[in-house]
Design a protein around this ligand. Structure first.
Ligand SMILES: C[S@@+](CC[C@H](N)C(=O)[O-])C[C@H]1O[C@@H](n2cnc3c(N)ncnc32)[C@H](O)[C@@H]1O
Length: 228
């Protein structure tokens, strides 16, 4: 039997009720909240793709009263942790979790929900094969309401330039799985965004050479057919 690849690169602690905790989420949850708060104004329905332990959703909904957050993931252990965070939630604004494989074009009940205001994904596209990134951008183009945001958090290269810590991380990722790796925002991700009707809205520099990247779904998007 082939071993299942790990869902996370770090040891995730587990509470008795099943909530898992990841050291990286403890470090980045406040900067992530502050970055997202720039656009999370009023009542916001957010779908998180690849929620991992579920800590970002729990922390952000507790701090932002208009925010309704739906968890999702492909990994059963992560989905169990998200369920446990939802069980401990007192805001009533943590939903899901949905089983979503970002690389597919069928995101289950997320497809039939009212168009999402925000789709957020942290630390997924470099720790998953490339189709997870292409599927994520396609999904955002398909399911965001016009003017809605796709927000990505994690390490990126920019036009071929990469911070030394991210280059070392990239090597480490590729040694674990050759299909993983730090993606280039300008050369890899922007063309996908453009093809999905998303435009780059803002890039916020984050601690430890990470970025928060905001894309916005264009108001009217039609697939262009070339007729010969
Ligand atoms: C490094 S963890 C990040 C978790 C969380 N977003 C965070 O920042 O703490 C990567 C997550 O991506 C999920 N993942 C990997 N491939 C996926 C896919 N194709 N679709 C959805 N989730 C995926 C894994 O199960 C895992 O929960």
């Amino acid at each position: 039997m082939v071993d299942k690849p790990p869902a996370a690169l770090e040891d995730r602690g587990c509470a008795q009720d099943g909530r898992r905790f990841s050291p990286s989420a403890a470090r980045n949850r406040e900067p992530v909240r502050d970055a997202l708060a720039q656009v999370l104004d009023g009542t916001v329905h957010l779908l998180e793709v690849a929620s991992g332990t579920g800590e970002h959703g729990a922390f952000l909904t507790a701090g932002l009263p208009g925010l309704s957050w739906t968890y999702s993931d492909i990994d059963p252990d992560s989905l169990a942790s998200q369920r446990a965070w939802q069980g401990a939630d007192e805001t009533g604004r943590l939903n899901g979790p949905l089983r979503i494989d970002a690389s597919t074009d069928d995101w289950g009940s997320a497809e039939t929900a009212p168009p999402w205001d925000v789709i957020f994904s942290a630390n997924m596209i470099h720790i998953a094969p490339w189709p997870a990134a292409t599927g994520l951008l396609r999904g955002a183009g398909r399911l965001l309401q016009p003017g809605g945001y796709l927000i990505l958090y994690g390490p990126f290269a920019r036009s071929g330039a990469i911070a030394p810590s991210n280059a070392a991380f990239d090597e480490n990722l590729k040694s674990r799985n050759p299909d993983w790796g730090v993606r280039d925002l300008d050369m890899d991700i922007l063309p996908l965004a453009c093809a999905s009707g998303l435009e780059l809205f803002a890039v916020t520099q984050m601690p430890a050479n990470n970025l928060t990247v905001f894309f916005r779904r264009v108001q009217a998007f039609a697939v262009q057919l070339s007729v010969s």
